[in-house]
Ligand binder design. Structure first.
Ligand code: PLP
Length: 376
């Protein structure tokens, strides 16, 4: 049996999600736009999931739209909001540690005459609200900042930043990528002062290929995809009823145990760090206060990918901690002031409440062996 410690990349769909998807494929296969009973039943399934997700965010169902995933939600937030508000205001402010779906989108907008300001963490690897405030001005249309970093688990001070920015610049649209926060820590757009929030189903035991975007009432976002005006024209295209039903089922199943799961995962993190502390040459790249779901460590001098494959040969799956896709370094660890040499050996261990102490013990055993066997 493989030991899967790569849950920030994707999670195993829960039984409720799989069953909901199967039910939608076997029985409820109508097109939500059709006017007959089969269409209505499909629309009801979509709206049921919409209500579950809206309730989890504490928002009205009419403000939640389904997309193909958080990459699309993030594109829609940046491109759609800047298209709506950016005619006169040409500045976009983001954090320097955003996921590629925000960073690359901002970089593309930069080529289209937007000015992009990237706010970096301070010397201590922490973000300060003052720095975001200083980066914003009257010319700014959008501020995008993630809630939990996918490489380090760092919890960014989103509520504090958005409140400070909204106080001084109420016209700025605030967007938060909540992919690694959702179902792990509370995500409430109103409490965060977020106008737009992005979510992904496959990070929370749903199925790949579906996500959601919350857009506050009154906030204008121009669609990226035009067509049959599904999702009130925000995202045309026939809704994937099976994936959406699975998304709702996963949220319904997981939300009641969020705090319990968090405590368990925090306990697992403590256990892991206790073991890792005993091993010479290991540094922890995540802050103590980071989300316990993501633990980034370095076995110094042992290249990430070599260690990753060494562990894989032992049936243990982790990520190389500084890669955004297939070995291409994202530079996020550098932003967090992790020295290059240490970043080169970073390993990301991402767990869930279902991870066991025994699995972590096996990981540490294999890691220790890897440190001995892999040449520096
Ligand atoms: N944002 C963050 C923080 C992520 O970790 C990911 C996935 O890795 C995404 C966005 C993209 O999500 P999706 O796979 O649903 O497109």
């Amino acid at each position: 049996m493989a030991i899967y410690l790569d849950n920030a990349a994707t999670t195993k769909p829960c039984t409720a999600a799989v069953e909901a998807a199967l039910e939608a494929m076997r029985v409820n296969y109508g097109n939500p736009s059709s006017l007959h009973r089969a269409g209505l039943d499909a629309q009801l399934a979509v709206d049921k999931s919409r209500k579950i997700i809206a309730d989890s965010l504490g928002v009205d169902s009419s403000t939640v739209y389904f997309t193909s995933g958080a990459t699309e939600s993030n594109n829609l937030a940046l491109r759609g909001a800047s298209a709506a508000y950016g005619r006169k205001r040409r500045r976009i402010v983001i954090s320097s540690v955003e996921h590629a779906s925000v960073e690359e989108t901002a970089a593309d907008l930069e080529k289209r005459d937007f000015e992009v300001v990237r706010v970096t963490p301070g010397e201590n690897g922490r973000f300060s609200a003052m720095d975001f405030l200083a980066a914003c001005n009257d010319d700014t249309c959008l501020l995008s900042m993630m809630s939990v970093n996918n490489e380090t688990g760092d919890i960014l001070p989103v509520a504090e930043v958005f409140a400070a920015v909204k106080r001084k610049f109420p016209h700025i649209i605030t967007h938060c990528d909540c992919v690694q926060a959702y179902m792990k820590i509370p995500v409430k757009p109103a409490a965060m002062n977020a106008d737009i929030v992005s979510l992904s189903a496959h990070k929370i035991h749903g199925v790949k290929g579906v996500g959601a975007i919350y857009i506050k009432k009154g906030v204008r976002v121009l669609p990226l995809v035009t067509g049959g005006k599904q999702e009130k024209g925000i995202r045309s295209g026939t809704e994937s009823v099976p994936l959406i039903a699975a998304f709702g089922a996963a949220v319904d199943e997981l939300l009641p145990t969020m705090n319990e799961r968090f405590s368990r995962v925090a306990e697992l993190k403590r256990h892991l760090l206790g073991l890792v502390d005993e091993i010479d040459g290991i540094s922890v790249n995540s802050h103590d206060e980071a989300s316990p779901y993501v633990i980034n460590i370095s076995a110094e001098g042992k290249h990430s990918e070599i260690m990753l494959h060494f562990l894989e040969n032992r049936g243990i799956y982790v990520s190389s901690g500084s890669a955004c896709s297939k070995g291409k370094q994202s530079g996020v660890l550098e932003q967090y002031r992790i020295p290059m040499k240490r970043a080169d050996s970073a390993i990301r261990v991402s767990i869930t409440a279902d991870t066991t102490v025994e699995e972590l013990d096996s990981f540490v055993e294999a890691l220790t062996d890897g440190i001995k066997k892999i040449r520096s």
